[in-house]
Ligand binder design. Sequence first.
Ligand SMILES: NC(=O)c1ccc[n+]([C@@H]2O[C@H](COP(=O)([O-])OP(=O)(O)OC[C@H]3O[C@@H](n4cnc5c(N)ncnc54)[C@H](OP(=O)(O)O)[C@@H]3O)[C@@H](O)[C@H]2O)c1
Length: 246
Amino acid sequence: MKILVTGAAGLLGSAVAVRGAHGLSRGALDVTDTVAVERALAALQPDAVVFCAAIADVDRCAHDPLAEAVNVQAPIAMAQRVPTWLVSTNYVFDGPGPHHPGDPRRPVNTYGRQKARAEDGVLAAGGHVVRTGWLFGPGGRNFPSRLPELLAGGPVTALEDWPVQPTFVGDLAERLLELRPGVTHAIGRETTTWADFARAVAQRVGGTVLGVEALDLGPRPTDARLAPADLAGWSERLDDLLAPAG
Ligand SMILES: NC(=O)c1ccc[n+]([C@@H]2O[C@H](COP(=O)([O-])OP(=O)(O)OC[C@H]3O[C@@H](n4cnc5c(N)ncnc54)[C@H](OP(=O)(O)O)[C@@H]3O)[C@@H](O)[C@H]2O)c1
């Protein structure tokens, strides 16, 4: 079976690509370029697409007009052509959690609303949806992935009391490649907070964590925990963030 992964230079896309999928980064395939998509599909003839391309910066989605094309229109167009697994987010929910796959969605920000619309379109086209949250892994540009570098630069401010289920990208990539049908959840089994995750990293690499009750972020769900949560817990995978296998 030939699996194509889009967004293959990203945190998750690169983890899927190194596990045997044919990876195309944005430079090789802009998913909003319909002519380029047709050309790539004709050349590669994939049996399935794992759609990892996204504008995943939550607050950027609120003001970048490109986000609608990348996060909504492109995955739906792909699903209309090839069996597609859309990587979606726990941000399609608000609180209280944990949320199960069939639970009603209630996104509170533009990113969550875009992902919810993408889910609907992909499912209507016969595709599949895998929801996840709080990814971490070497090379990632998000908060948990960059903690070793951030802590080296000075005290790091992190939220207390907001539950997250950190998910190691390698585990999620393996789950995605199983191509499970329908709407599924794939997330780490241990719940923690941003601040406690950051403290665990600081214990190993040094540095100071300042726990705070609120950060100046845009709208966020109050509790976006997912169930079932059956990927490896973050404490089992911290070494893979801090000392990635060569
Ligand atoms: N990170 C998380 O905690 C998290 C949580 C829940 C769900 N997700 C979902 O997981 C998926 C992967 O996220 P990630 O964390 O791996 O994000 P990421 O590291 O930002 O990767 C996304 C990739 O998509 C690429 N991309 C952007 N616009 C594109 C376009 N027009 N055509 C092709 N590629 C394009 C980006 O390229 P450039 O960098 O060159 O723009 C980037 O390499 C996304 O669907 C995201 O919504 C992530």
